[in-house]
Design a protein around this ligand. Structure first.
Ligand code: F6R
Length: 248
């Protein structure tokens, strides 16, 4: 596992955007699609703004890019204010030249009986494309990646999960209260995350420093799913000084 510490999240986000743009261009030169795994939440917002800037000002094209988001609340309507479909459209997809049919976000509108088949198909689509080239991750205060909460197994599949209380509390501001906050979500499983070719986990601020230390320097344990990334051969934690402040 590598860690790269930047002076602040803006500089860090620009550096990650540059790596992604370089990968997209390399794949374009090879006439291949570029498969990106994307996250929502506050951590990647600066990255997405920078990717939009690279498209508008430097002509980076996303016409060969295919994306798979990590997760979506369940149940969740796509046009709802808190849906991750809406988040991705408003933070990134609406402002770049990616094809709408190439953007995948788990579907929060399915009936319960259909979820398990849907999750298998989501994984099968990724596999048919040869896997994810680069995965962006954030990290929850409990060490979750995607919505693989504490206790998720390293070989867990894409599935419907119950959200931890701490995760729901963190989201409750967006839902105007805990009682309106979803109790479940669909998440890409840990297994598929571990199979990606390159992982970049981004974390900002001192509030994340304890869980970053546990993930990078602690024992590998399913109590802290991000610690599994210690066993990935190409994972980098991109941090600002606050998030890195407890690392030895
Ligand atoms: C979101 C996701 C979550 C977040 C994590 C951190 O798609 O998968 O794991 O990355 O909860 O959220 P922020 O960035 O808001 O601190």
């Amino acid at each position: 596992i590598g860690t790269t510490v930047y002076e602040n999240s803006a500089i860090a986000s620009k550096s990650v955007a540059r790596e992604i743009a370089d990968l997209i261009k390399k794949k374009q030169a090879q006439k291949q699609p570029c498969i990106l795994g994307l996250a929502t939440g506050s951590s990647p917002k600066g990255l997405y703004a920078e990717l939009v800037r690279l498209h508008k000002e430097e002509g980076v094209s996303f016409n060969n890019v295919i994306t798979f988001n990590l997760d979506e609340y369940y149940p969740m309507q796509a046009d709802s204010i808190n849906s991750y479909v809406r988040f991705m459209n408003e933070q990134l997809f609406n402002y770049i030249d990616i094809l709408p049919e190439n953007c995948h976000v788990p579907d929060g509108t399915l009936t319960k009986e259909r979820i398990s088949d849907y999750c298998s198909q989501y994984e099968a689509k990724i596999e048919a494309l040869g896997g994810i080239d680069l995965q962006i991750l954030g990290i929850g205060g409990n060490g979750h990646i995607g919505f693989n909460e504490s206790g998720s197994l390293q070989n867990s599949k894409t599935r419907l999960v119950a959200l931890d209380h701490i995760t729901r509390v963190a989201a409750s501001g967006d839902f105007s209260g805990l009682s309106n906050t979803p109790r479940t979500a669909i998440t890409l499983g840990v297994k598929k995350i571990m199979e990606v070719k390159r992982v970049i986990l981004m974390a900002w601020g001192e509030g994340k420093s304890n869980i970053i230390k546990a993930s990078v320097e602690g024992t590998v344990t399913n109590l802290v799913p991000a610690s599994f990334l210690q066993e990935h051969n190409n994972a980098t934690f991109v941090l600002d000084q606050g998030a890195a402040s407890k690392l030895t």
